[in-house]
Every structure is written in C-alpha cells, then in structure tokens.
Design a protein. Structure first.
Length: 276
C-alpha cells in the first residue's frame, strides 16, 4: 500500500524518480551477507536504506516506532527476493531500550559490521516556545541516539577487526533554515561526532562518515511542505532540476558501507542536488 501511495505521488508530482531496476544499480559484493543496523528504518530515507541493503544481500536489522510501515517494508523486501529484515519496535529516546534492541539483533544475526544512524524528526518550533524539557526531548531524538548506538556497536566491530558507521546529517543548518533551532543544533553536531571519533575508532579499522542529505522527497516532506512555495524554493536553490529521493541517499550510504570505501573516514558526503 505504501508503495502504491508513493507511485501515486510520483504520477502527481513533477520531478519524482523511482529507483533504477535492481539489475541496473551498483552492486557491492562486499555487502552480501554483511550485518547492518539502521535506526529509524521503517519509513522515509531509513526504509530506502533497509531495502537497498537487503537487495544487496545484506542482513539488515532496524528499529522504528511505525509498526505497520515496518511490517509492510519487511514484506516488500521479501517480495523482491531480499532476506527478511530483523526489526523491533523501539523508541530511541529510551537509550536502554535502543541498546537492548541492538544487543538482541546481534544475538540473532551476529556482531554488526555496519551502523547507520538515521533516526531524526524535524518538528517545527519557535525559539520563544522552547523549554528545557522540550529541548531535552528534541536532543533525545535527533542527537543522543547516535552516540549511544555507536557505543553499543563498537565492541562487536572491534571483535570483527573493523566496521563502518554512517551518521545522517542535514543541510538545514548549513543553509541557515529557520523554524526548528533545536533540530539544526542537533544536526550541526553530527559532523563533530563523526570527526571526534574518527581517530580513536580508526585504530581498530572502524570507519565513520557523515552523509548529509538535502531536501528529500519522503512522504512526510511532500505531505507537509511541498507546496507551490516549496516547488519555487527547489527550483531556486538546487543546481539540478530533479527532486532528491530517498534512494539517492541510500546509494551513497551503500558505497560508504562497502569495502570500496575502505579508506574513507572522518568525512562529510553531501547529497543535495547542489543546494549548499
């Protein structure tokens, strides 16, 4: 049903693109059988990454709070011939629950070789309305889970002799977007997390990079903000005319998780159609 909804949007909104047929996509032999953990994998960019990794033959585990969407995603992956993803309902604001889910995934599949810190929520808010409690709640979604997911996965990567971590950033703070200061604060810290851990993790051949998406046309983004003004902004700010899709971000993450990127670490890779 979710696939049908996306297709309807593609038919209705100019400039949306479906992923290329599997046979025409880049194939990374090193990803086959690789164990991958993704936060926020049930919808949007996260779902595109779950699907993309699974269709490379990877063993994917993910957490999300969207139960129906997550179950539909697993069915869709299987229908395309990919291995069924392992997933659990988990609110990443609860660090103990997140780390427990990661431990359960490792028990089921083995130590994770790839971690993708994807979960985020760009709820709009005003500076004058922020309270300490609201600030803490925004950080608990958009900043804190990445650090504690890394903490949970690194011991296994060390046992394996290496691994790859990809943190999802945002161009929002780089392009001076207004209307969600807690979100831009959290996302601006992603590069600091990446670069601050790169040297110590690198000694164990654990690579860590940031992928920074532009304005990606997820169902949520299109439903809430893609109006005539949004179309004008896209035309004005992007260098490329096509809309950025979730599979565009997944493609970069696949590369960074693969052995083809074995000497890439501490870097930011921007996928934004030339916005910043």
């Amino acid at each position: 049903m979710q696939t049908d909804m996306l297709q309807d949007r593609e038919n209705a909104v100019k400039g949306l693109r479906s992923p290329a047929p599997v046979a025409l996509r880049a194939q990374y032999a090193s990803l086959h059988g690789k164990r991958v953990f993704i936060t926020g994998g049930g919808s949007g960019i996260g779902a595109a990454m779950v699907e993309a990794f699974a269709l490379q033959g990877a063993q994917v585990a993910f957490v999300d709070t969207a139960i129906a969407a997550s179950e539909a995603l697993c069915e869709r992956v299987q229908a395309q011939g990919g291995p069924k993803p392992w997933w659990r309902a988990c609110d990443v604001r609860d660090v103990a629950a997140l780390q427990h889910a990661m431990a359960q995934a490792a028990l089921a599949l083995g130590d994770m070789q790839v971690l993708v810190n994807n979960v985020a929520h760009d709820e709009r808010h005003r500076l004058e309305d922020i309270t300490p409690a609201y600030y803490d709640e925004r950080m608990a979604i958009n900043q804190r889970p990445a650090l504690f997911a890394i903490q949970a996965v690194v011991p296994g990567m060390r046992r394996l002799g290496g691994g790859a971590i990809v943190n999802l950033g945002s161009i929002s703070w780089q392009s001076k977007n207004e209307g969600f200061p807690c979100y831009t604060l959290a996302k601006s810290s992603v590069n600091g997390l990446t670069r601050g851990l790169a040297r110590s993790l690198g000694r164990d051949r654990i690579r860590i990079n940031t992928v920074t998406p532009g304005w990606v046309m997820t169902e949520r983004q299109m439903a809430l903000w893609l109006d005539a003004a949004g179309e004008d902004e896209l035309e004005r700010e992007q260098c490329l005319p096509d809309k950025l899709m979730p599979h565009d971000i997944a493609a970069m993450v696949l590369f960074l998780a693969s052995d083809d990127a074995q000497m890439c670490t501490a870097q930011e890779f921007v996928v934004d159609a030339g916005w910043v």
